[in-house]
Design a protein around this ligand. Structure first.
Ligand SMILES: [Zn+2]
Length: 368
């Protein structure tokens, strides 16, 4: 495919997802040109659709998909806590059942516009290998391993992209410190679930002392915590649907917005909800508006950035924002019946766009 011109489209350009109404030229895997107006010559008419960066799901547990809806009638600790239902379910399934379930979940991610996800994989080095084996050719898996004991840390670090711990109580203080030091030395990612439960006081502060690459949840973090998070430049990954379905609360995304803290969006346990970023964004948007009715187009733009742009730097992904000279990696949405007459594009997209709006996903100029 030498050259393709996509016209009559709204492009969400650059790091700030600025709106350009016009056309985009793809040549040899890169974006050659972005311009307002209409192109001269042959072009594919996208009929008022949208071109935006693909989604990055910053927090998943995809293997949980083997036991969907097992959370019913149970509190969060009884589902995903130590010895919880989830671990008994995972332990009772065969390796081939787990692989099949993970593959179906990764395919669902791909079908809903996600080209990368960061997974907290349990089960030590073997758990990391399982997800590596299930890998999807279009969806990049960034795998955070969880060592059973400190003795296993080295091998998990070699096989994984980093360490993702279920909580700051997973190891004693000395153990945590040594995990943090060795992970840093190996130049891998370090993260924890933080302040997911109400009982989790001072957790953000404790987590920041370990200099993580990012923290997950912060459901019960307060404004002061977000100020520290912002000062430390540590991104927070919010998972509003999973938090709500597990009954632990609603993450204060509005506080991250108010304090200018960096944040991303994840879908958490696939046992609880599908890793569909369109649904996560629309739910997150409702959470923001519930806490702050003054939230408008600017907040919606930042929310969309959290699902597309912010994770690019965090995970060193091989594509960038949509800009001239950049990789032609993006998704094309049709206007459909749901995206007509939008008075604000960013808010309209986070609130109303769905997977059935996807017309194509491009990676380095090729339609996947
Ligand atoms: Zn999680």
């Amino acid at each position: 495919m030498a050259k393709q011109v996509l016209s009559n489209v709204t492009i969400l350009e650059g790091e700030e997802l600025e709106l350009v109404q016009g056309y985009l030229v793809v040549r040899d895997g890169s974006i050659e040109k972005i311009s307002e107006g209409s192109p001269s010559g042959r072009a594919i008419d996208l009929k008022g659709g949208f071109i935006l960066p693909p989604f990055v799901n910053a927090h998943t547990h995809v293997a949980d998909s083997v036991a969907k809806e097992l959370y019913l009638g149970r509190t969060q600790p009884r589902v995903v806590g130590p010895g919880g239902k989830k671990f008994r379910a995972l332990g009772s399934r065969s390796r081939s059942e787990l692989l099949a379930s993970i593959r179906a979940t990764l395919q669902d991610m791909f079908r809903t516009g996600t080209l990368a996800h960061c997974d907290f994989r349990e089960g030590g080095a073997k758990g990391v290998e399982l997800l590596r084996e299930a890998s999807h050719k279009a969806v990049k898996s960034i795998i955070m391993g969880r060592p059973f004991a400190l003795e296993e840390l080295n091998i998990v670090l070699i096989k994984s992209d980093g360490i993702g711990l279920p909580s700051l109580d997973a190891f004693d203080e000395g153990g945590l410190r040594s995990i943090a030091d060795q992970t840093k030395r190996a130049k891998k990612f370090l993260s924890f679930h933080v302040a997911e439960l109400t009982s989790a006081r001072d957790e953000v502060e404790r987590a920041l002392e370990l200099r993580p690459s990012f923290i997950v949840h912060a459901t019960h973090a307060n404004e002061e915590d977000f100020v520290s998070v912002q000062k430390n430049g540590v991104p927070v990954v919010f998972c509003p649907r999973a938090n709500s379905l597990l009954g632990v609360g609603v993450p204060p995304i509005h506080l991250a917005l108010a304090t200018n803290a960096r944040f991303c969006i994840g879908t958490d346990n696939a046992m609880v909800c599908q890793p569909n970023m369109f649904e996560e964004l629309s739910f997150a948007w409702a959470c923001i508006r519930r806490a702050n009715p003054a939230a408008g187009g600017e907040e919606a733009r930042k929310l969309l950035k959290a699902a597309t742009i912010e994770p690019l730097k965090l995970f060193n992904l091989p594509w960038g924002p949509i800009e001239e000279g950049g990789s032609a990696t993006f998704m094309v949405l049709t206007r459909g019946n749901n995206l007509t007459d939008l008075t604000n594009v960013h808010a309209g997209l986070v609130n109303r766009a769905r997977a059935d709006n996807i017309r194509a996903v491009y990676a380095s100029g090729k339609i996947l």
